[in-house]
Write a protein that binds this ligand. Sequence first.
Ligand code: NAP
Length: 335
Amino acid sequence: MLSAENRQIRLARRPVGEIGPEDWEHVTEPAAAPGEGRFAGRTRYLSLDPAMRGWLDDRPSYLPPVGIGEVMRAGSVVEVTESNHPGFAIGDLVAGLFGVQEHVVSDGKGAVRIDPALASPSTFLGALGSPGMTAYFGLLDVGALKEGETVVVSGAAGAVGSMVGQIAKAKGCRVVGIAGGAEKCAVLTDELGFDAAVDYRAGNVRKALRTLVPDGIDVYFDNVGGEILDAALACLAMRARVVVCGAISQYNTTDVQGPSNYLSLLVRRARMEGFVVFDYAPRYKEAARELGGWIAEGRIKVLEHVVRGTVDDFPQTLQMLFRGENTGKLVLELV
Ligand code: NAP
């Protein structure tokens, strides 16, 4: 049975710089019943993603901006509570872009039934969801990784970065992760099997990379941009590939810092290429099969940071990403 009320987080106004509490509106509206060909669901897990910051800006991007007054866009896992849709039954767990709200009604477009026997539902928002797909296709397709190469990844203790490093290890590569703080660096080397880690808060990243990767970086997978990207550009091997996955250090600024060491691309005959994971949607099953296999074999560990709360906790949970307070995929479990 549907609860009578649906708590939602809507965009109240466009943030300038960091997102503040006044940029959100907390709303309660009646929960809708599903019409013909639709199902209703209760949100169990909400995904928190750095990309959300970009979705709030009114500028051209790979998705339209979230409109003022609209429910905030978010990936989530919902449990079907009522169904008039032949593809979804009561009790099914379904992943999709259902937004920051307690109850959803969907026509099933873009919704994927998940199998909780394979992994915890939250993992379908992380290692087996968009971040896992991002790591897989970014590294293997855009980065064209070859066995025996040296990979450096920034944001290495995060959802995407932790998968990038472990996929590279599974492919027989040497991996150095860059992350904030000694604790996160210890997770990378002691728990995830990275060969080395650099704490960017502790000192000079460029110097550390020169010592750890004297023959240069073959694939640099960039999640953060800014000064760390510049340090990595200064340490490329010949024919290196720089994968532009994200630039979280620049998301809250209106004055984006571009790379100044870009001529290293010329000297090293290297290339730098961006990508958006959604373009790989037709191949997600292929990646999920291989990632699922590595997870089942224990070659890839799933790193998740699960916060338990309500949809009202969404704004402050999102901020954790920009403060480096998460280790692994950040998820809000609704209790
Ligand atoms: P995440 O890494 O789990 O979380 C964000 C992490 O970024 C924080 O934990 C923090 O770790 C680090 N960070 C925050 N501010 C920073 C700063 N100023 N400088 C350096 N590091 C900073 O997030 P995620 O979901 O895996 O996303 C990682 C990146 O992938 C993001 O840039 C995201 O936009 C991008 N992405 C791209 C695609 C695509 O299709 N291209 C798809 C998904 C994600 P530390 O403690 O280490 O600083």
